[in-house]
Design a protein around this ligand. Structure first.
Ligand code: PLP
Length: 360
């Protein structure tokens, strides 16, 4: 067992994870729901997450092959979709050996594909650019590209695209994007995959043959459309302990830069987590944390290893008390908002200094 002195950790609720997966899959019952575990499962520990999901899931998705190989090394047997496709021509051999499906998005990848033995190229997904303008082939180029593929590759083909605004339920853009992809899907009578988490909830017409479930798997609502997402449960709870408590008099300041000063005699708790752990340095005074059943504000600047919290209003508080930074009581969205960022970034930035521990 690894010895742990500092009790700062992210607990990972694997039951909530599996329930979230099953719930979201039930919203798109005709589709195969792919569990997206890129970026160390959005910071939740890809090994932990993939092992918990593997009996329930057919396909995982990651960004690039290195992430998929790490899952293989930890014993994951499911097929794995590589969302950014090959970065090197040798990736085709690796993909064939390990049952990875490659999503191709650019001409140079098609050139690599055509230089391969046919048996190495059969599980190919093609990414179509329907308006994100980040990755994917232009709609007008698809006929030409598909004509270069051998018959088996054509028969197994899956066409994909990605939404740029699916978190906004009133946006017309996802409807337009889908309308650009669908004629190709019909023309080639192939399978398709379009929806990310927000697409699953907000645009049922986009469910298709495969959905790509990321954020909502981890229990975080991908949209303001709260009716459907109420049932999600946050998987990660980020916690740290109080390591000191100070009394601060009126006019005294707390932390670097003297950005906060007391307007009353205050009790300030110092908590053992900082930006080196992935807690955002941008978090402003007033960002909520949860201690002993109450929500209280952080005050002053976030340091590398510590934050300071105004606990004056708590009747019971001592060194050693546990502090939740986000999770079941503090929504990660409230922290993201007061740090000028988004939930995805906060999750993926929890650093390796913080142990990820399965909740018991
Ligand atoms: C990350 C990713 C997803 C998952 O998106 P969420 O919004 O987290 O559900 C889906 N598709 C692609 C191509 C991605 O890169």
């Amino acid at each position: 067992m690894r010895y742990i002195s500092r009790d700062t950790q992210a607990t990972i609720d694997l039951n909530a994870l599996v329930e979230n997966y099953q719930y979201v899959a039930s919203i798109a019952p005709q589709s195969n729901t792919i569990a997206v575990v890129k970026a160390d499962a959005y910071g939740h520990d890809a090994n932990l997450v993939a092992h918990a999901l593997s009996p329930h899931v057919e396909l995982f998705a990651v960004g690039f092959i290195d992430e998929a190989l790490a899952l293989r090394q930890s014993g994951i047997k499911n097929n794995i979709l590589i969302l950014e496709g090959p970065f090197k021509v040798s990736d085709f051999t690796i993909a064939h050996e390990h049952n990875f499906l490659l999503m191709l998005h650019s001409d140079y990848q098609i050139d690599w594909l055509l230089s391969q033995q046919p048996q190495l190229t059969q599980n190919i997904w093609l990414k179509v650019d329907t308006g994100m303008n980040r990755l994917g082939f232009a709609i007008d180029d698809i006929d030409n590209i598909i004509s270069k593929l051998d018959t088996t590759t054509q028969q197994n083909l899956v066409l994909c695209s990605h939404f740029s605004t699916s978190e906004q339920i009133t946006s017309r853009k996802p409807v337009e994007q889908l309308a650009r992809l669908k004629p190709l899907v019909e023309k080639y009578s192939c399978q398709f995959s379009m929806a990310n988490s927000a697409g699953i909830f907000n645009f049922p017409a986009s469910h298709g043959d495969y959905t790509r479930l990321g954020l909502a798997l981890y229990g975080i609502s991908p949209t303001d459309n709260n009716l459907l997402t109420e049932q999600l449960n946050p998987v990660m709870t980020l916690q740290a302990k109080i390591i000191a408590i100070h009394q601060v008099e009126i006019g005294e300041t707390v932390g670097y830069g003297d950005t906060w000063s007391a307007t009353r005699t205050s009790k300030i708790a110092t908590v053992a987590i900082g930006y080196a752990d992935g807690y955002p340095r941008n978090a402003k005074s007033g960002t909520p944390v949860f201690i002993n059943g109450r929500v209280v504000p952080i005050v002053g600047r976030v340091s590398m290893d510590m934050i300071t919290v105004d606990v004056t209003d708590l009747t019971v508080v001592t060194v050693g008390d546990s502090v939740e930074l986000w999770g079941k009581h503090i929504s990660i969205d409230s922290v993201a908002k007061s740090s000028d960022t988004i939930n995805y970034e906060l999750l993926t930035r929890v650093s390796k200094r913080v142990p990820k521990v399965a909740a018991s």
